[in-house]
Design a binder for this molecule. Structure first.
Ligand code: URA
Length: 220
C-alpha cells in the first residue's frame, strides 16, 4: 500500500530519518504482516472538528503501534491509556489491543511526537525535530482543540516547540498544566510499563491528570 505524505502524516516510506527508515525496513523483512510504517494519528470518528483534546505520546512501540498501525494498542501503555480515556468519556467500546476492536475515541485524538518506531524506544534529537513538522500540522488541524495531554518529557518538549515555545517556558513536571494561547497543556509521566512497574506513575496519578484535563475541557 502506498500513501502520500500530507502536512499531518508522513508517507509510508518517509525518508526524513535514515536510521528509522532502515529499522523499519529490517522489520518489514522480518515481519511482513505487521504495519511497519509511520503510524497515523487516531481521531474520533466524528471528525477533526469534534476534537477538543489531543494526546501526544512518544513513538510507536515495536510490537505495539508499529505492529497494529494504531497509536498505543498492543503496548502495555495502551491498556492504561485507553482505560483512563474511557473513564473520562474520551473513548467508548471494547479495547482489545487490535485496531478492529471497535474502540472509538470521543472528542479526542491520539498522535506521537515521532511517528516511526525507534530502536530501543529511543528517538534521537534529529528525529524528534524532523518529525515535529507533522506534530505542528496535527495540532493546527484541530480547530476546536482546547487541551493537549503530553506523555513524558520528550512529547512535552516537542509539543512546546511545535507551539513556538521553548522547553524552559513551561518545564515538564508530572501533573503540570501550562497555558499556550487557546490551549492548556497537561503533562504526565509516560504511561509506560517501565514507569508503572517502578512506581514512578500509578494508575491513580495518571487518572488525576486526565481528570483535571477533562474538567478543563468541559469548562473551557
Ligand atoms: N505506543 C505509542 O504509540 N506511543 C507511545 O508513546 C508508546 C506506545
Amino acid at each position: 500500500m502506498l500513501s502520500e505524505m500530507s502536512a499531518c502524516e508522513p508517507s509510508r516510506d518517509c525518508g526524513l530519518c535514515p536510521r528509522l527508515a532502515a529499522f523499519r525496513n529490517t522489520w518489514r523483512a522480518a515481519e511482513p504482516g505487521w504495519h511497519n510504517a509511520p503510524v497515523a494519528s487516531f481521531v474520533a470518528p466524528e471528525g477533526d472538528r469534534s476534537v477538543e483534546m489531543l494526546v501526544v505520546g512518544l513513538a510507536p512501540g515495536l510490537r505495539g503501534a508499529n505492529r497494529t498501525g494504531r497509536p498505543f494498542p498492543g503496548d502495555y501503555a495502551g491498556d492504561l491509556l485507553y482505560k483512563t480515556l474511557k473513564e473520562h468519556d474520551f473513548a467508548q467500546g471494547d479495547y482489545r489491543a487490535d485496531p478492529a476492536d471497535g474502540l472509538r475515541l470521543k472528542r479526542c485524538a491520539i498522535t506521537n511526537a515521532v511517528r516511526c518506531v525507534p530502536p530501543e524506544n529511543k528517538p534521537v534529537g534529529a528525529e524528534i525535530t524532523a518529525c515535529r513538522t507533522f506534530l505542528t500540522a496535527t495540532i493546527e488541524r484541530f480547530e476546536n482543540l482546547k487541551a493537549i495531554l503530553t506523555l513524558g518529557r520528550i512529547a512535552h518538549d516537542s509539543t512546546l516547540r511545535a507551539l513556538g515555545l521553548r522547553p524552559g517556558d513551561a518545564p515538564f513536571s508530572h501533573g503540570g498544566a501550562h497555558d499556550a494561547g487557546r490551549l492548556r497543556i497537561f503533562s504526565s509521566y509516560h504511561c509506560s510499563r517501565y514507569n508503572t512497574n517502578t512506581g514512578r506513575l500509578t494508575e491513580a496519578m495518571f487518572n488525576d491528570v486526565v481528570g483535571a484535563l477533562a474538567r478543563h475541557v468541559s469548562e473551557a
